[in-house]
Design a protein around this ligand. Structure first.
Ligand code: NAP
Length: 314
């Protein structure tokens, strides 16, 4: 798709934050460009039922919700480009961005790059990702029909992945490093009451076992109570231990906290560079919900609009 190279607003990222920012910017006649990245729609495209997004009493499938948000943004004139921004220069003004060796200028930038699944960093992980080892039940669950699989983690993501996987697998074991869950009570109750789900407590994964032919077929964990190492068989493993904010593009350019999240000023979406705003999971280590991301996308759009009105003739 052809798109202008000089823009009032460029939005990086296309999850609920980026697309909500796009809706607001488009309705303010700012003709936003959204660089969607390689995973257009963000993390919600990898989930199933979203039951807590207001306005959908019967729930909505994550990918459908993202399609609706994109459609709404495009209806008002936002241009969604399925490209990744490779480089930013916020030192000169207008700001400069690069994608596929193309240079784009922007009077303001909204960063909504979200977060990516965390990995464990243990032996065998790099080798077997995509071969019996997954971070996305929605993407890969189908391959585990009537299999016995493991889900690693004790938060809402792990419960959600495990419950979803019971649609395919014959047995799902949730392996958690402690003996109490971090997940919300409602998700915990759903997982516990599911006949296909078992729990393996105090189990810290230390190595994935597999081979070229079969992929992962086993897993070694340390029992954190006894210190002993135990090997279990598995037909597949899903890692669901949270996410890392996608801020590598802004390292040494924007202020980032010790956990890697972009720092915004007080209740605003302002970063430490005037005209650059951040919204969604890339700057939120606390709430991390689709609806809070959408709300902060709205804030970023309003902040960008006010910045452009105050400082520059449009
Ligand atoms: P999370 O709440 O941070 O939970 C991560 C889990 O992984 C924790 O149980 C943690 O163990 C475990 N973990 C982390 N690093 C580990 C490691 N190296 N080895 C073994 N285990 C490890 O992340 P999340 O589950 O992705 O949830 C993030 C946010 O999204 C939460 O606010 C959650 O409510 C929300 N969310 C909501 C829904 C829903 O409502 N449907 C679905 C998904 C996510 P410890 O407990 O020991 O730290």
């Amino acid at each position: 798709m052809d798109y202008p190279k000089k823009n009032k607003v460029v939005i990086i990222g296309s999850g609920p934050a980026g697309l909500t920012a796009a809706i607001y910017c488009a309705r303010a006649n700012l003709n936003p460009i959204v660089f969607e990245g390689f995973q257009a729609g963000g993390q919600l495209t990898m989930t199933t039922d979203v039951e807590n997004f207001p306005g959908f009493p019967d729930g909505v499938m994550g990918p459908n919700l993202m399609d609706l948000l994109r459609e709404q943004a495009q209806k008002f004139g936002a241009k969604c480009i399925m490209k990744q921004v490779d480089k930013v220069d916020f030192e000169s003004y207008p700001f400069k961005l690069e994608t596929d060796n193309e240079k784009i200028e922007a009077d303001s930038v909204i960063i909504s790059t979200g977060a990516s699944a965390k990995l464990l960093g243990i032996k065998g992980e790099d080798e077997f990702v995509g071969r019996g080892l997954s971070t996305c039940a929605t993407c890969d669950g189908f391959f585990y029909k009537d299999k016995s699989i493991h889900v690693i983690g004790g938060g809402d993501s792990a419960m959600e992945e495990a419950i979803f996987l019971t649609k395919f697998a014959s047995k799902v074991t949730i392996m958690h490093r402690r003996d109490t869950l971090r997940a919300s009570k409602i998700m915990e109750d759903r997982a516990i009451s599911n006949d296909k789900i078992d729990f393996l407590w105090n189990a810290e994964p230390i190595e994935f076992i597999g081979n070229q032919e079969k992929g992962v077929y086993g897993l070694i964990y340390k029992d954190s109570k006894t210190g002993s190492e135990v090997e279990v068989e598995t037909d597949g493993v899903f890692i669901a231990i949270g996410h890392n904010p996608n801020t590598s593009l802004f390292k040494d350019i924007l202020h980032i906290d010790s956990n890697g999240y972009l720092i915004t000023d007080g209740k605003s979406s302002r970063t430490n560079i005037r005209g650059v705003f951040a919204s969604g999971d890339v700057q939120d280590s606390i709430y991390r919900q689709a609806i809070t991301a959408a709300g902060s996308g709205c804030m970023a759009a309003i902040d960008a609009e006010r910045f452009l009105e105050e400082d520059y003739e449009l």
